[in-house]
Design a protein around this ligand. Structure first.
Ligand SMILES: [Mg+2]
Length: 198
């Protein structure tokens, strides 16, 4: 598809870029476990690391959360409007570290809330748990991606090093770094993305 349309390709991450995973998870643990968490506590992007009951129990809570995660969860603010504008100029694909076991859930949610936006959805897995794990930078190179938009430091730093335009999305406790490599733009929200890409 990219070849025929000939538009530059932008790759968008899912969690915390279009899907408000942490906020939805915080509501879930409040509802199910009466545990109050705040985004500020997520100094790493893993509930297992910060869960008071320990990493094993934290991993179980995450699994139960993901199992019940609904299709109706509203996207990150401004994402649908911004991507609607961007797809006039770019081809838009998803590259997410979600694993293949949530492929249907992820695709159903994305197509429901972003109809006619995403040309392809790639679930590359995560380094720790996935047998099918691939680095986002490698997948971006293979697809000929022009720009990656992601809230995690590692893929952004790696795609940047691979010569791909890289936008660090959001100012979150888990994506802080003393000094971002020159050329990586951090944006606060989707308005910031539009300023750079439109
Ligand atoms: Mg993310």
């Amino acid at each position: 598809m990219s070849k025929t349309e000939n538009k530059p390709i932008i790759a968008v991450d899912v969690d915390e870029v279009i899907f408000p995973f942490v906020d939805d998870l915080i509501e879930y643990v409040d509802r199910q476990h009466s545990v109050k968490l705040s985004r500020e506590e997520f100094v790493t992007y893993s509930l297992a690391d910060i869960w008071k009951g320990g990493p094993h129990e934290g991993a179980e809570v995450i699994k139960a959360y993901v199992d019940q995660q609904g299709i109706e969860v509203a996207p990150v603010k401004g994402a649908a409007e911004a991507l609607g504008q961007l797809c006039a100029k770019y081809e838009v694909v998803i590259i997410t570290a979600r694993d293949l076991d949530v492929q249907d859930k992820t695709k159903n949610w994305a197509y429901r809330h972003f109809p006619d936006i995403f040309k392809e959805i790639h679930l590359v897995g995560n380094q720790k748990d996935s047998v099918s794990y691939r680095e986002k930078a490698e997948v971006c190179k293979e697809l000929g991606v022009f720009c990656l938009i992601d809230d995690s430091l590692k893929p952004v730093v790696q795609t940047h090093a691979a010569g791909i335009k890289s936008i660090l999305f959001g100012n979150y406790p888990w994506n802080q770094m003393e000094e971002l490599p020159a050329g990586i733009d951090r944006v606060e929200d989707w308005k910031g993305v539009l300023k750079i890409l439109l």
